[in-house]
Design a protein around this ligand. Structure first.
Ligand code: GTP
Ligand code: MG
Length: 200
């Protein structure tokens, strides 16, 4: 597996004025709070604590940009679907996500993370809809696969595909940052999309 030789935190943005404007291709990680976005990012980069992980949902409230090999960005988006936050925070999340997704020409791929143990929520379906509306290529990563038996995982993946009405060719990659399952596959798709970005 090709690991990046350099990865560094660029900045946290809560406003489009702070999004990078240098035209480098970008891969975004989206999913509900606590689903494992920051953990997967760290696993991909082979860094322990590049993106901050937390057992407290809703920890990542801004958009975090990581610059990889000086050529592209991996982007940790704030989680959604956390129950106990004020409406103002949810509204701010919605506004920021719309601002980001609707006007990001450099965005080559969204990795949508869904907890392998649960059927997709309304919020997950809304998120997928938002990605489809903006015609953003999407890879689904079913996280925390280590917490399920193989049978449970297969049945969960089936439910996921059915609930989201996925096409037969849509890729769903079971992942675990505990066993490293799926990390290589996700990385391959990420790199393919980054390369496509350079051909344009
Ligand atoms: P927000 O930043 O709040 O949106 O959360 P996040 O999606 O970035 O989740 P984060 O990576 O912080 O992980 C949340 C919790 O799930 C942490 O306690 C992680 O250790 C745990 N976790 C993440 N991935 C896995 C996994 O593959 N397996 C298991 N068993 N636990 C995981
Ligand atoms: Mg996070």
């Amino acid at each position: 597996m090709m690991r990046p030789s350099s990865a560094q935190f660029l900045r946290s943005a809560m406003d489009p004025a702070h999004f990078p404007r240098d035209g480098k291709p970008e891969i975004a990680f989206v999913g509900r709070s606590n689903v494992g976005k920051s953990s997967l990012l760290n696993a991909l980069l082979g860094r322990q604590e590049m993106a901050r992980t937390s057992s407290t949902p809703g920890k990542t409230q801004c958009i975090n940009f990581f610059e990889i090999d000086r050529r592209y960005y991996l982007v940790d988006l704030p989680g959604y679907g956390f129950a106990k936050v004020p409406k103002a925070v949810k509204d701010a999340w919605n506004r920021l996500m719309h601002q980001y997704l609707s006007d990001r020409e450099t965005l080559r791929l969204a990795v949508l993370l869904l907890d392998a143990r649960h059927a997709p929520s309304e919020a997950d379906m809304g998120m997928l809809g938002m990605l489809e509306d903006n015609a953003i290529p999407t890879l689904i990563a079913a996280t925390k696969a280590d917490k399920l038996s193989n049978n449970q995982l297969q049945s969960s993946l089936k439910t996921m595909r059915k609930t989201l009405e996925l096409d037969a060719e849509a890729l769903v990659v079971p992942c675990s940052t505990v066993t490293n399952r799926g990390v290589k596959e996700v990385w391959q798709v990420v790199l393919d999309q980054v390369k496509r970005g350079f051909e344009i």
